[in-house]
Design a binder for this molecule. Sequence first.
Ligand SMILES: [Zn+2]
Ligand SMILES: [Zn+2]
Length: 427
Amino acid sequence: MKNKLLVPFIGGIAVAVLLIVALPKLYNTEVEAKTTNSKNQWSPTKAYPEREVYFPGTEELAPDEIRVLSCGSGMPMPRLKQAAACFLIELGNGEKFIFDLGTGSFTTLYALGMPLDYMTKIFLSHQHADHMGDLPTFFIYGMQNGRSKPLEVWGPGGGGMPESWGTKSAVAGIMQFYNWMLETSKGALDTRSLQINVHEFDWSKINNVIYDQDGVVIRTIPAIHLEGSVSFILEWKGMKIAFSGDTLANQWWTEYAKGADLAIHECFLTNESFVTKYKFQPEEAIYVSTLVHTTAPVFGKIMSITQPKLAVAYHFQNDPETLPDVVSAVRETYDGPVDFAVDGMVWNVTKEGIRTRVSMLNTQPYPPPSVNERQQAAPGGEKYETPEWILQGYEWETIPVMDKVYKDFNEEFGTNFQFPLQKKESK
Ligand SMILES: [Zn+2]
Ligand SMILES: [Zn+2]
């Protein structure tokens, strides 16, 4: 009887010892740039010396550090837990770049509580909505949320495509789409943000420099994804971040993304999950996963050739019931370090290593203060006026209430505003 109890007891101790010895190792293999052995710095009243999760806005970037945040890691139809493609890249020199702005991803960018004037440089890998679908929303709501500058958008065009398929044409379409909203906002809100400057590049060029400022170089290589698609490679201070967008396995990627610190590449669900979970017909599943996208075992092979410091797989529904199959499929062909991205996953990249965490995002953000002083109307802009006849439909019985609203406001803010609407006597 004693022995029977002793065996699990000794077994338990062995497991505990193993965990204590093995856990830090496991943790360390996937990198470790910033954690310290801070056993003695913990206090019941002070901020913890280190945190396993990332709270946006609480962490300084070192001058030689890159932080990459997944704002969208999933499929085209955004879900509560996973928006479509979007990665925010922040450099220690203060520069920030958004690689793709897929459907649903804007909410995570907004949740960061970061002034929108810091997030004006957007790079689109191609024009599927899961890679640019939130651009119109991100653009139009700058004026209400403190952005005082136009957006700068880099996107593909040329390379044998019709002009109307290029990024310039798409952005002109956004302006047309919002014509009413743009015109009726004039003079009422800060409209300096209501402009998109397009930097269209030839998608077919190989290792083409499309951005070169302050030591940051961003190049494109063609992606094999219909036509007009690219992958991006950002280099800064000897570090390299590669982002595939959507692509089949391709030689430009393995050549130019080789040895990247962080290699973010699409990785699709297994075909079985596509049929059972995504409800595709088998012929649709095999077409999409092999002729439009990179299926999981092929992702693994690509990373075996690319040999990044850390591979990141994205563009699939990362759920408890799908992930094991994706991991097994990738592990058939790749035994290096890899993260299977979820939204809010964050990577701190330095030359010493990469640290992976998840973020705690604010689910109820308000606009951060403007970096530049807010102004109601763009300088020299005209002011929109609502037609008088529709204003005359106002319910005049609410005037006493409105008068009190104005009185309270003027008292609180030291102003002297008057409600401007007045009833005109009908003939
Ligand atoms: Zn696509
Ligand atoms: Zn896609």
